[in-house]
Design a protein around this ligand. Sequence first.
Ligand code: GLA
Length: 420
Amino acid sequence: MTTHRTRRAVSTALMSAAVLSGCATALPHDLGGAEPAIAGVATTPPMGWNSWNTFGCDIDETTIRAQADALISSGLAAAGYRYVVVDDCWYTPTRDAGGRLTASSTRFPSGMAALGAYLHARGLAFGIYAGASDRTCAQLSGTYPGATGSRGHETTDAATFASWGVDYVKYDWCSSESDTNDQRRAFVAMRDAIRATGRPMVYSINPNSGIGLPAEAGAAAVPGAAYDWGGVATMTRLTNDITAQWSTAAGVAGYQGVLDIAAASASASAEVRAGRWLDLDMLEIGVGTTLTEAQQRSHLALWAMAGSPLIAGNDLTRMGSATRSLLASPGILAVDQDPSAAARAVSVDGWTRTRRMSDGSTVVSITNPSADARTVVIDRTVIGTQGSVTDLWTGRQIADAGAPVRVTVAGGDTAVMRFR
Ligand code: GLA
């Protein structure tokens, strides 16, 4: 963990180096059109696990297989977490004679096709990371050698991934170049290359990495929050990287806390619907010791209310029972996986969110960002329903039809209720 954090501190400096270009305002809000980027994938938000938040560059096939095994033995695969995503640092630092990416022979001696087969044999799906510019983020920050970014190699790399049985491509900007037209061209090139393979791979992009922000700009100024990339990618990262904290001074360090990302999601430009999801970033549940249990509950609840992909980032082989049951929370996962439109903030301070579900019920979440407990009386006329109310953490009914709804929310916690 210590080495991982040190590495991430290096990339922070790079991210702060550039300033978001002002020319972006001339672009249309919708960068990709109405059709989902890749047909037939992710009709609900993808769920899975990714290596980065815990392991950083310290990955190999033994680690990834052990995480896949733990996904199954913990019951999280059965709860819906199926994509196993190998993040940065899996590859040889130079392309082979044919211009192809190859797996590091020391880290992944069996090769990526074998890893894909291992995952598929267990009913899991295979995700892999690549860079949209000249370098991946680890190469940009100098923590991994080489320059194997996919720019100019999109067709070859998409074909390589398809031949390995990849089901999910994470495609990361990793450049201080901030012209949104260039970003659109680069991300569309890989989208089209994925389409051309004929293999339905989830296309996950992050347009924010490497683009620094002036301290006063705030998380909502990053390209992922300013545009609708839904026709370009299956899922688009909203902000710069999450870190396992409740809140950071947004934009200053190039990292955002749980509350910062959730706040940015309320004003994001994207239209969230099937096959075009807004990605609030990988989960920090069970990572480190900074987030309280209540804050971790808020993390899951706010991601679920936004219909974000849920990609766990903790070490599944050492997960405690509290982390396991939080990640598996059936009532909250059902909200995330409901194909209805994402939550829209309704209250003045933005921490009450409502979402109309596909069965006609309304889910309301109330987050308490402060340290002290608060009691809230819900105005049913604002929510627009007099129906009975169920607490989605416990599954228990907490108010009869028409009865007043009064909830006490602990500091850092989020109440999530379904109104029939
Ligand atoms: C960027 C991404 C992270 C991770 C790292 C890998 O920072 O936003 O999610 O993929 O690159 O270097």
